[in-house]
Design a protein around this ligand. Structure first.
Ligand code: ADP
Length: 501
């Protein structure tokens, strides 16, 4: 029996094939435990369970307010098991304990808030009424979409699982979740909490397995109605193509190359610390990472000086150790990717002003650690200023005036988020012109279950979170009720039916 089993149709079980894989602690390179490795047949079985559960209305037929109470119980369950979840999440993903703790808190917060929104779905939304051709009452009713599948990445495993499951369940859907291969563990605990909170059998399923096989079944199976994906733009494009064959609804939250614009009137202390948080939080493995730092000519040298001073005080270390600011990146593969980008940056002529190397001191010997890296003299056309690196690497670009800043900020294929550090009135003017689903002014990385989140351009399709995000898990049904039900009053237009006299 594997340590972390699949959760299908209300039962924990191993994969049909009996295959397992190991999840690795990125700080030590050691295995955490064995994980059941779902194949396409397990995915199909989970989808069948979800389909049956949806079709007999055991969850979809309940009132939103009732589902909301169950979601509140899930939030409570997460809170009760928070210490265990925090420790597991840190070991599995390389998150510092502080980050893992915040993630666990966030997971509960999402279930609680989405549970509250669920009740709102019970009330039909009235529409403007018409009196021609006869008196009527019109409203929009929100139905769940059906069977949703959710495919998530490895940077915020528990949070992402909770985002997707809380929205799907609040709206009355059945769901099959596939965590990333790198971070499969906490989803098993979450499945237990969801079962114990009273979500009926088959409504929520969790299967750990590889993207190209298990994931693709979740996209191509005709019983699936919607795919919610968070991950790279490259895989997102592939998913969109696969989903097209059966015209599945998709929401995609994809990559980013987010700008942080520092204005010359910014509080320098706030802007420097904020920029570091924006760029290096969770080793930069965040789709909203503010990996392009746009600094005006007027304060460039002074700002970069302060930035480098602060970066020099960052501490690369074990995520479980107090005082660690920078833990490992998630895997050997990600380590190689990040180091490769650092090499490209140097080849293309950027100045490596800090970091740039793997760290293997003492206990870090077998982990995947990269020193916080700063590139200066970066131009907008360089690869490191255009492509998502997903590691602790920030690029500093100069700009001349606000116009120039907006042009550079919008000059990538992405549009997920942006930050502006400076006086509110001026920053708000810039915000109007930024192509980004979220603009933070004098703040960064702030997500909240009430605020919609998603991308412009190739950063995605649709929005998550907030009532807007919840609606993405519903179908809108317009109901037109003709109040007058007498034949004699109907005056239809096309003349094919003889008009009553
Ligand atoms: P990253 O580059 O951050 O690892 P990916 O986009 O590769 O992100 O992966 C995010 C999620 O997508 C993971 O759960 C992964 O298993 C899944 N995935 C990867 N390739 C596919 C695919 N071809 N079909 C479905 N899911 C996939």
């Amino acid at each position: 029996m594997s340590d972390f089993q699949l959760f299908i149709d209300g039962r924990f079980r191993d994969a049909e094939s009996g295959e397992t894989f190991q999840s690795i602690n990125p700080a030590t390179g050691e295995a955490i435990g064995t994980v059941a490795k779902a194949g396409a047949e397990d995915a199909a079985r989970a989808i069948d369970a979800a389909r049956a559960a949806f079709d007999d209305h055991r969850w979809s037929g309940r009132r939103g307010s009732d589902r909301g109470r169950v979601l509140a119980a899930i939030a409570k369950g997460i809170k009760e098991r928070a210490p265990e979840l925090t420790e597991l999440e840190s070991r599995d993903s390389g998150a510092t304990l502080a980050k893992a703790k915040a993630d666990v808190g966030g997971a509960g917060f999402w279930f609680r808030v989405m549970g509250e929104y669920a009740a709102r779905l019970d009330d039909p939304e009235p529409l403007p009424q018409t009196i021609a051709p006869g008196p009527s009452y019109n409203y929009v009713k929100r139905d769940p979409v059906g069977v949703c599948t959710a495919i998530i990445p490895w940077n915020f495993p528990l949070q992402m699982a909770s985002w997707k499951l809380s929205m799907a369940l609040a709206a009355g859907n059945s769901v099959v979740l596939k965590p990333a291969e790198e971070t499969p563990c906490s989803a098993t605990v979450l499945a237990e909490i969801i079962r114990d909170a009273g979500v009926p059998q088959g409504v929520c399923n969790v299967i750990q397995g590889p993207g190209p096989v298990t994931g693709e079944e979740l996209i191509t199976n005709p019983s699936v109605d919607k795919v919610a994906f968070t991950g790279s733009t490259e895989v997102g494009k592939h998913i969109m193509k696969l989903a097209a064959n059966t015209v599945k609804k998709t929401t995609l939250e994809l990559g980013g190359k987010c700008p942080q614009i520092v204005l010359d009137d910014a509080d320098p202390e706030l802007a420097v610390d904020g920029a570091i948080y924006g760029a290096f939080f969770h080793q930069g493995q965040v789709c909203t990472a503010g990996s392009r730092l746009l600094v005006p000519d007027a304060i460039h040298d002074e700002f970069v000086g302060r930035l480098l001073e602060r970066v020099a005080t960052m501490r690369v270390g074990l995520p479980t150790e107090k005082g660690t600011t920078t833990g490992p990146v998630v895997s050997q593969k990600q380590l190689d990717t990040v180091l490769n980008y650092i090499e490209i940056g140097q080849k293309e002529g950027a100045t490596l002003a800090a970091g740039g190397q793997r760290v293997t001191d003492g206990e870090l010997e077998n982990g995947f650690f990269v020193a916080p890296t700063v590139f200066t003299d970066v131009t907008a056309d360089m690869t490191i200023a255009q492509e998502e690196i997903f590691g602790p690497v920030v690029t500093v670009l100069r700009y001349s005036d606000d116009e120039d800043a907006v042009r550079i900020a919008n000059g990538t294929v992405y549009g997920l988020a942006a930050g502006v550090w400076g006086s509110p009135a001026r920053a708000m003017k810039l915000a109007d012109r930024l192509q980004a689903g979220t603009v933070w002014i004098n703040e960064y990385h702030l997500l909240n279950p009430h605020y919609p989140f998603g991308g412009y351009k190739q950063s995605g399709i649709g929005r998550e979170h907030g009532y807007l995000g919840l609606l993405e898990y519903t179908e809108a049904k317009h109901v037109h009720l003709g109040v007058d039900n007498r034949r004699s009053t109907k005056r239809w237009f096309d003349g094919t039916i003889p008009q009553p006299r």
